[in-house]
Design a protein around this ligand. Structure first.
Ligand code: C2E
Ligand code: CA
Ligand code: CA
Ligand code: CA
Length: 275
């Protein structure tokens, strides 16, 4: 290996090998976790500001490996690139439907759950059939499920995805545009998307304490309302953020101020108190 003048090149290529090795390792861990059902869901409550009640829960997937819990930020992209995302997505849909069924058996009948859907999954020809079959099989109502799609997924007109989402909305599912404000969708296009809800990205909520940041969040809420969408703020961590969101008329909030994503056994108390 040549040293002079190539130091940075050498460093770069080692870093790439390191990254590639980690990816291969993570893909193997993910394959194994799918096979052994070592995936888990946690649920984060979403709270309606007007009532203070928990109206729905966001399902967030985790991977159990050894004693360790691995965050989706470390494996969702790898799942997408390797094609394993359809197996993960399938597992999430099944688990959520089964859980909603179990909750309704214990008297929690009107709960709703949001599922994060990756673009690769939403694009599939059989996406709506899969969801409809799962809700039917478990005896739950499509209106109990909201699908969260990130804004960047829908930036250009993506025919197949919007067709799938429209079909699902007709069947009673609702759709939320996740991470809103980060995907650069044109505002005129927003009006025509098959969505019910805007989820304001956490970065805007985090910055809402400043004069400018607060004005940006207020503008997003006003825009969403003008278009007849429900507005959810994610990543709410402080009382100041909450007070501002209430002032500007945000409908629902989600964040560590209320609850982190929780395991099912830790949720029941929250649900009975607030639902
Ligand atoms: P997301 O959909 O934007 O989910 C919100 C993330 O913010 C979650 O991270 C959640 O734990 C975290 N969070 C919630 N409240 C707060 C808060 O007050 N402060 C801060 N700092 N963070 C908060 P998580 O669970 O690590 O998920 C990361 C991303 O992974 C999700 O972002 C979503 O894009 C993806 N993901 C999670 N579950 C699934 C899934 O089942 N399928 C797919 N396709 N993607 C998933
Ligand atoms: Ca989400
Ligand atoms: Ca989000
Ligand atoms: Ca996000």
């Amino acid at each position: 290996v040549k040293r002079n003048g190539r130091g940075s090149y050498q460093f770069f290529s080692e870093a790439m090998n390191e990254g590639a090795r980690e990816r291969v390792g993570m893909e193997a861990i993910l394959r194994q976790a799918i096979r052994n059902e070592n995936l888990e869901l946690q649920y984060q409550p979403r709270v309606r500001l007007s009532s203070g009640h928990v109206t729905s829960l966001e399902a967030l997937v985790r991977l159990r490996h050894g004693g360790e819990q691995i965050s989706p930020t470390r494996f969702i992209r790898i799942a997408e690139e390797s094609g394993l995302i359809s197996l993960v997505g399938h597992w999430v849909i099944e688990s959520v439907c089964r859980q909603l069924r179990a909750w309704s058996g214990t008297g929690l009948r009107n709960l709703r759950v949001s599922i994060n859907v990756s673009p690769m999954q939403a694009r599939r020809e059989d996406f709506s059939a899969t969801l409809l079959a799962a809700t039917r099989r478990h005896g739950i109502c499509p209106s109990q499920i909201e699908l969260e799609i990130t804004e960047s997924t829908l930036v250009e007109p993506k025919q197949r995805i919007t067709a799938n989402l429209s079909k699902l909305r007709e069947a009673g599912f609702t759709v939320a545009l996740d991470d809103f404000g980060t995907g650069y969708s044109s505002l005129s296009y927003l009006n025509r998307l098959p969505i019910d809800t805007l989820k304001i990205d956490r970065t805007f909520v985090t910055d809402s304490g400043s004069l400018e940041g607060g004005a940006v969040v207020a503008a997003i809420v006003a825009l969403g309302k003008a278009l007849g969408k429900g507005i959810v703020a994610e990543g709410v961590e402080t009382q100041e953020q909450l007070d501002w969101l209430r002032t500007i008329g945000c409908d629902e909030v989600q964040g560590f101020l209320f609850a982190p994503p929780l395991e099912v056994r830790d949720l029941e108390g929250v649900l009975r108190a607030g639902g």
